[in-house]
Design a binder for this molecule. Structure first.
Ligand SMILES: [Zn+2]
Length: 378
């Protein structure tokens, strides 16, 4: 093999060296942006094994996902050719091979291996070679050799080849029952691995994708069922019933008016006294905790005064007792032959339940809402 004399590859400015024996005489390619000199074209190579089409990208990515009720497709995928430069340095008594990226940075052996830069094939139709850029990489390679290989003199010869690698950029689009989530990806096609689906609601990274009944596309691991309705939703949407421990949708619960615990509607038990649905634990001796805690109040108690302002007809009642929770008032009163029990919203004074009982007998009777006004006047 004969070595060519040192020669610039971009018209004498760069002071770099190339090997005449590897020059190829290709057709002159004319481009307004890229200066190509046929005599200085280097071998144009590509990794022997790298995905080069969108179809291959899809084949590589799609099988990783389990989407029993939906599908995945590519929502845009572009393939870009990016070059590396392989430089064989020949010195007086040794030779070295090194790889550089398009910015002239030395490429570590591990990356060289993973990108397949050592097992290449010649490209039948290479991308346009940007000779000026390649010459800059060769200049950087020369500086690297002087510095890293501790060789004071320029190499006798530099055997240069351009290796084109495919870089892919795009989005995976996951669709289930009309719900859609896109996950972006970007990597060398040889290194491209299926990115995990990142659940937009929980942040869970997964390859199992499902949808909630209300159409949100989520990680299957995030799905939970309401134990009352069977609705598929996110675990985070559910609340725990304080009475049964069931995980249920909030709409299936009511707050216990005494303790404020959320309990499944079906688990709530009506207090025989005030008729409010309460946590079963609240019932003792036939009454909820609020009814047991009723305490006497004077008529000039501001809470009672406010109530009488709103419902003047109540003024006919006596023997007032009151209990207040965070959100409600329990108020009982008595008259000659009957007793009255009312539960009201603390903020609005809206009546939430009413019951009446004979003065000296047990047995509270629920008063329906449409009779509240009449009953108070009796
Ligand atoms: Zn009660």
């Amino acid at each position: 093999m004969t070595f060519a004399p040192a020669r610039s590859i971009d018209g004498g400015r760069s002071g770099t060296w190339t090997a005449g024996s590897r020059r190829r005489r290709g057709p002159r390619i004319v481009s307004p942006h890229v200066e190509i000199e046929p005599k200085t074209r280097y071998p144009q190579l590509a990794p022997a094994e790298q995905p080069t089409s969108v179809h291959e990208i899809a084949e590589r990515l799609f099988p990783a996902y389990s989407i029993p009720e939906g599908s995945v497709r590519l929502a845009g995928c572009s393939l870009e050719d990016r070059f590396f430069v392989r430089v064989g340095f020949e010195f007086a008594n040794r030779s070295e091979e090194a790889f550089f990226d398009g910015d002239g940075n030395h490429v570590e052996p591990r990356t060289v291996h993973s990108l397949g830069l050592t097992r290449t094939k010649e490209l039948a139709r290479p991308p346009l070679e940007a000779s000026v850029e390649v010459s800059r990489v060769v200049e950087a390679a020369t500086r690297w050799a002087r510095r890293e290989l501790a060789i004071p003199d320029p190499p006798r010869r530099m055997d240069i080849a351009v290796i084109w690698c495919k870089y892919a950029r795009g989005k995976l689009r996951f669709s289930i029952h009309g719900g859609v989530v896109d996950i972006p990806f970007a990597d060398w096609t040889r290194l491209l691995t299926p990115p995990p689906f990142v659940c937009p609601h929980t942040g869970i990274r997964s390859y199992h994708i499902a949808a909630t009944d209300d159409g949100r596309v989520v990680a299957a691991e995030a799905i939970a069922r309401c134990e009352e309705t069977g609705t598929r939703t996110l675990g985070g949407d559910l609340v725990t019933c304080a009475a049964t421990g069931k995980r249920v949708l909030p709409a299936e619960t009511v707050p216990c008016p005494v303790s404020n615990d959320r309990i499944v509607k079906r688990a709530a038990i009506e207090c025989p006294h005030c008729k409010m649905p309460v946590h079963p634990k609240q019932l003792e001796r036939g009454m909820c905790g609020a009814c047991r805690a009723l305490g006497s109040v004077r008529k000039n108690d501001p809470r009672l005064a406010r109530l009488l302002g709103e419902y003047p007809a109540l003024d006919r009642w006596r023997a007032w007792k009151l209990y207040e929770s965070d959100s409600k008032y329990w108020i009982s009163a008595a008259r000659w032959m009957s007793r009255l029990m009312i539960v009201l919203d603390r903020d609005t004074l809206q009546i939430e339940s009413m019951a009446k009982a004979p003065r000296f007998r047990r047995g509270w009777k629920t008063i329906p809402p449409d009779r509240y006004e009449d009953e108070m006047k009796r």
